[in-house]
Design a protein around this ligand. Sequence first.
Ligand code: SF4
Length: 284
Amino acid sequence: MTTRKEFITVSAAFAVAPLFAGGRAVKTPLMLDTKRMAIYDGPGIRTTFFVKGCPLRCIWCHNPESISAKPQTARFRHLCRRCAKCTMDEATCPTKALKFYGKPMSIDAIVAKAMEDKAFYDESGGGVTLSGGEPLFFWEWAAELFKALKAKGLHTCLDTSLYAPPAAIEALLPLTDMWLADYKAEDDALHQKYTGVSNRVIKKNLERILATGAKTEVRCLVVPGCTDGDDLEARRRYLSSLGIAKTGIVELEYNDYARSKYLALGLKDTMPPKVAGNHGSMSN
Ligand code: SF4
């Protein structure tokens, strides 16, 4: 486990040595997590890498630690014994009440980690998925990573909100074997209210990807009282008008299990309840 001191040393080195593309620095993410043997992040058995940082502010975000691109430490109060002097160090906290989010990981290290399970990908038709956070927030870096993964013959999936400039889509199209695209709300006013951004660029990007014939699965989270009912019907109509087969549209059930993470990170809990009704502390 990385100690706080080690992390600061490594991040400082990382910050002054970012990835360069075409002679200029590109925005490089810190990483949140690596999930091996993933079976819901694209076909077959996969390794999923999660970046930290997202331009959206979905009120129902179930990974609030992925919103900020900066490193963060969460303190889970139910585990904390309130020591006379808090170490604020994940490695030395006696009760594991602290969780540190945001560690640097080079492209070479990601590829090496992914290659550890190549036999499983080959056997199952799997590969590597990049998720977040929002990978396209770091699209130049993501393109470099996917180039490196493709050079090793690995299948690539991109799990994204599609909130990105057209250049990001064009860069990733030839490198992405499958797109896992969120579609959060059809009504743009609702989309802005619940995610902080318009869905116009998202729709344009989705239509561009589908026009190329790229393999795509669209994921619709159904949040009771927010994006169910009429909006879900409207999403279904829009997606079917794009010619997406029913099997390419996945409706996901919402849960609010992540509530404790908001508190641990010192963030305002914006999660709607699991059942439609009073949205409590949700900001409108
Ligand atoms: S070191 Fe761990 S248990 Fe002690 S005060 Fe800090 S978070 Fe709580």
